[in-house]
Write a protein that binds this ligand. Sequence first.
Ligand code: TYM
Length: 347
Amino acid sequence: MTTFVNRVFSGVQPTGNLHLGNYLGAIKRFVALQHSHECVYCIVDMHAVTTWQDPKELTNNIREVTAAFLAAGIDPNKHIVFNQSQVAEHAELAWLFNCVARMGWLNRMTQFKDKAGKNRENASVGLFSYPNLMAADILLYKATHVPVGEDQKQHLELTRDIAAKFNHDFAGRIAELGLGESYFPITEPIIGGPAARVMSLRDGSRKMSKSDPSDMSRINLTDDPDTIAKKIRKAKTDPEPLPDSIEDLKQRPEADNLIGIYAAINDSDKETVITEFGGKSFSEFKPALAELAVEKLAPINAKIREYMADPASIDAILTNGADKAREIAKNNMGEIRESFGLVGAIK
Ligand code: TYM
């Protein structure tokens, strides 16, 4: 059995409108993992361009995700924070994984179907092979753990399949080169908690999403306190008081969502929130949620603005992070090239 160093990798696309789902489902958990793991956090700009991005907005959005990471409490001195396009090995490994992954595997990806919509013929080739780039992000660093929201589960299963196929297909070669029994770890997703899938504030059956045309459907990390409070006040609910048990939440998607949001912001769980608010009306619960959300999100919002006022320092942090990431990437990519038998592999 090859043992791997515990390493966390995760990424966020700089496609604008970073929202509460991204924060509670991912970024807040990135922060917590810094205490127990070596972490690599990436602004995945090459994933962003699989759909059209206005170049100026993209540059701004790369900085904004970085600012959000820093504002939330990610420490770029102790861990690695960088944008994907600065480390060319991501693209190189993605190409090799294009040759490991099977068409059938990618054809099953539900996110491609959702994103491509009805006009699949017109989707970019990059959008189709997107999960291979994601596998490359993770495996380039031999990451053992990946914190993500529930919507990324299928992509992580594909990452595991690619790792296992590579380990199997190249087993003899890897052993010959003294690279261990398995080259890549079979990465564990870290998905869970009360905010693994934050839903739209306008429709409890739809995911909170950057691309929802209604801004009222999501709380953006750049929303000011008044806007946050207004969006919670106007969030869709049903006429019943909050239920007394988790079981009763199952038929109440909007109540379930707001309770999950409260629990996640408060580092608690749904049971505890229900103990406090079960039987109370939404008119009592919503102001409490708004107060909590503003208390926790306003400081992050203020810090994002501060960081964004100094883009040169954000760029310096990204360049420095990319230098650190490249060191690991270059070493591993040399070994991967050698595993394939490519001439000129750097050892
Ligand atoms: P992205 O940019 O869509 O989202 C970033 C993170 O936010 C989570 N998330 C949510 N969590 C809970 N509720 C929601 N409504 C919600 N919406 C988004 C996502 O699950 C994600 O964790 N493919 C990835 C980016 C990526 C990546 C990677 C992630 C590229 N390479 C390598 C991990 C490892 C994506 O599009 O995330």
